[in-house]
Write a protein that binds this ligand. Sequence first.
Ligand SMILES: Nc1ncnc2c1ncn2[C@@H]1O[C@H](COP(=O)(O)OP(=O)(O)OP(=O)(O)O)[C@@H](O)[C@H]1O
Length: 370
Amino acid sequence: MVLKQLELQNFRLHKNTSLNFSDKLNLIIGGNGQGKTTILEAIYYLCTTKNLILASESDVVSLNENFFDTKGNFADLTNDESRVFYDSTKNKKSVFLNDKQITNSAEIIGKFPIVSLIQSDHAITLGAPADRRKFVDSVISQVSKTYLEILIEYNKILRQRSVILWKLKENYDKNLLDELDAWTVSLINAGTEIIKYRISFVNDFNKYLLKSYSQIVENLETPKIIYNTVSENIDSIKENFIDNINSAHNDELRRAMNLVGPHRDDFLFFINDLELKRFGSQGQHKTFQIALRFGQFYYIKDKLGKTPIFLMDDVFGELDTYRSEKISQHLNEIGQSFITMTDFSRVEELNLSKESNIIKVENGKTKIIN
Ligand SMILES: Nc1ncnc2c1ncn2[C@@H]1O[C@H](COP(=O)(O)OP(=O)(O)OP(=O)(O)O)[C@@H](O)[C@H]1O
């Protein structure tokens, strides 16, 4: 699947931008603050209906305007137009697929698969367990609607259970305790399913990670993800979950918190036998983050049988020439990609093919320069 054309209106610095893209590498070049990332942000909206950098919609509307509009034409087996329109006077976002308004973003998710490598990815390897869970959950959700549904259900259960725990803290009551038990059963059932999905994902994904990592680094380093959960053994997840939640009962009541379950799990990243978080160099962190995203790309491609669009925001500035070259070789092979860069002099490092497109961005205005 490729994005052929993009239109932006009142989208941050882009008052009126219309662009045609290459099916391969699209390089978006310009100085700081000129509106490069904004183009990736618009593409991400069209594929997911969500904001790439978790900005609020009202911040995206150009100053002194009251709406933004973005449209994209995708070509796959069929041609599709995706459109996201936001009216800031009503704080209302409307999403259209081929002119038909859609109410559930799940109708779009998976239709236009996308993988993005952006600055905030450093949190995946350097940040909190929640950042790693978010990465893993989003990759599994991209290939499994069932997983996404279980996850949504599980989060609902957590909220309900937390309300009961708070009520119990204020007022210890037998009926409430029975209610808590019922939610605990639901929590264990949904939580066990989540853990099973994650275990099988990590087993599978490690192969993709290894392949992607070895394409970027020159020396023999073996990356690995280990899932830290109630039990590594599929058959004893439920049993261990029950044991752990029983042992935590008094603590949960005292702290009024859900203390056991996959919402507390972590994923540990290793290079050879050393944990990245404790022993990794900055370069190893960056390489791991890039390999995770390339791994995600190949994983989704295999599982969905569709080639995702790849977005990469200002990554080359942090990489040496060797790694930049390696990655751009990779990019020439993977399908359609959109890469932002500030430094025009580094374009030569990138092994551009004839099919690549260079787009120059200056103060929200774009120009194709090849
Ligand atoms: N709602 C808005 N209306 C008008 N301009 C905006 C709005 N939001 C952000 N900007 C401007 O857009 C620019 C940031 O856009 P963007 O992040 O796309 O830049 P960039 O070229 O990727 O920059 P960098 O290389 O620094 O990451 C800034 O100049 C900012 O002031």
